[in-house]
Design a protein around this ligand. Sequence first.
Ligand SMILES: NC(=O)c1ccc[n+]([C@@H]2O[C@H](COP(=O)([O-])OP(=O)(O)OC[C@H]3O[C@@H](n4cnc5c(N)ncnc54)[C@H](OP(=O)(O)O)[C@@H]3O)[C@@H](O)[C@H]2O)c1
Length: 243
Amino acid sequence: MTVLAGKHVVVVGGASGMGEAIARKALEAGARVTIAGSSQARLAAAAKRLGTGAATLVLDLADAGSIAAAGRAIPALDHLLITAQSRAAVQTIRPLAELDFDLLRQAFEVKLFGALRLVRELAGALARDGSITFFSGGASRRIIPGHVGLAAVNAAIEAAARQLARELAPVRVNVISPGLVRTGAYDAMPEAQREAMFAARARALPVGRVGEPEDIALAALHLMTNGYVSGAVQDVDGGGLLG
Ligand SMILES: NC(=O)c1ccc[n+]([C@@H]2O[C@H](COP(=O)([O-])OP(=O)(O)OC[C@H]3O[C@@H](n4cnc5c(N)ncnc54)[C@H](OP(=O)(O)O)[C@@H]3O)[C@@H](O)[C@H]2O)c1
């Protein structure tokens, strides 16, 4: 399959999880791929797993100077996907009474402000038939205990993306809203607690399982290649919004 042949795909967050799976899918589809993230060591390890064709770029979405440098380092691209979330994001999963606002501010800093700043830097470099894909999460529309903070972050990026789909047209702008997906984002949880969470969610979902990064990569490929989708929030959640 070479549906992305000749295209430059930039994945911010490509050193792990969904971003790495998207980078792999884009390479399989013939693209030239740049993975970006805040750690050169993690990027290098991911590039090794991905094999030839994946370039790396150190980019800290919490740092305006780093974002400006990324703008200079990427003179042209076709598709931008931003899966990055702050490492502390999962720790904000708390009821309001226990919410750490400094951690929540970091989550906004990376996923909303950093992402928007990066889009501003790269907008002029994006191909007119290109696309931007942001990532949110089901808490923006589904009531999930302890998600008051992340719900706000995710709703904010969905709202901004819809505005940008008009403002940056004809570049297409979409959002993938993943359900629970088995990635390293949950590595800090004790294993027994993490597996119990995955098992409980799998039982509750219509599809009977939690997501894998590959599920998200397939949706990302669709949003990169289908020129008639813009301003959409694509749920890839095993039917999680059905209740
Ligand atoms: N996994 C789930 O169940 C789930 C559910 C709903 C929504 N989501 C959303 O889906 C997206 C992808 O999730 P995931 O599970 O694939 O996440 P992940 O494995 O934790 O990956 C996040 C990536 O972001 C990068 N990153 C962290 N801080 C950064 C910074 N300041 N600047 C640039 N990059 C940074 C990390 O690399 P470095 O630390 O090396 O920079 C990492 O590669 C996220 O937006 C997440 O909120 C995930």
